[in-house]
Design a protein around this ligand. Sequence first.
Ligand code: GRG
Length: 324
Amino acid sequence: MRADFQSWVAAHQARFEEVLRGLLPRADIAPQRLHEAMRYAVLDGGKRVRPLLAFAAGELAGAETARVDVAAAAVELIHAYSLVHDDMPCMDDDVLRRGKPTCHVQYDEATALLVGDSLQTLAFQLLAEHRLNGHARFPHPNPLPQAGEGANESLRELHANDDASRQLEMVRLLAVASGSRGMAGGQAIDLASVGKSLTLPELEFMHIHKTGALIRAAVLLGAHCGSVSAEQLDRLDHFGKLIGLAFQVVDDVLDCEADTATLGKTAGKDADNDKPTYVSLLGIQGARDMAQRLHCEALETLAGFGDSAQRLRELADFIVLRKF
Ligand code: GRG
């Protein structure tokens, strides 16, 4: 990692941690245990790859950081929810995540289920209530306004806002990426494919949805916070799709090669669970070669952007060369 990129990553990660701290419900507000568990699942962990992609796409599109913060937080909350639910006994049944006990181990299964539900809905709440055209508006400290309170004011703001249709598009985009035609759908295919052998196109279809959809959405949401042409948006979409798939191919390699301490999650789970992966289909070297090909193609899609896409290029390098 180049020093300049390293400090860009570190600065955004540190600032974004504070943004998340401010956006999540405080642990001393009822229901305290649920709010504490939500904060446990989101804060102090994770590489924040999706938010970083949103920040890089936002920079390319000339967006204000405060605008991208909200979009990046929405994506990260969806990601955190997916990890909490994925780790539960009814899915992957894991005990370690981000170097600490998984949410259902630290709390209990019912709490973990509600943490996932609440993080997911909070993501959409944030996208809906923060104005794009102006400064980010932090949520009401009591998230359940009394009848009539707050609602008219935020509706008026929305209607007065030139960017309202874009804001709605961002809500739609994240919903599609998270739902049955995106991440949740990919997870359903993943669960159904345990013990089966998939063809390469079937595996690709699963991962483009399970992992790729949210990564792609992160890039697009960042770009939507600024201004890009339809043609540029298409190219960014293609970049997001390729780098999302590359992320998963690398994840499959790391699951075989890295150790539990480095990953902060149980290594070797895919083979233990008899799951089809790029490594089981192509072998380690074949999977590495595929990640390299996707990386090159992803960089090609950025060719016309010049220096404005430098952070996206560096993130693509990081995603493919990462060791955790
Ligand atoms: C439960 C609806 C639902 C979906 C779960 C994404 C997912 C779908 C499950 C996660 C399982 C998993 C380990 C997938 C491999 C790729 C992946 C998403 C890894 C974790 O993402 P990182 O490496 O994690 O970005 P950090 O902790 O750095 O944020």
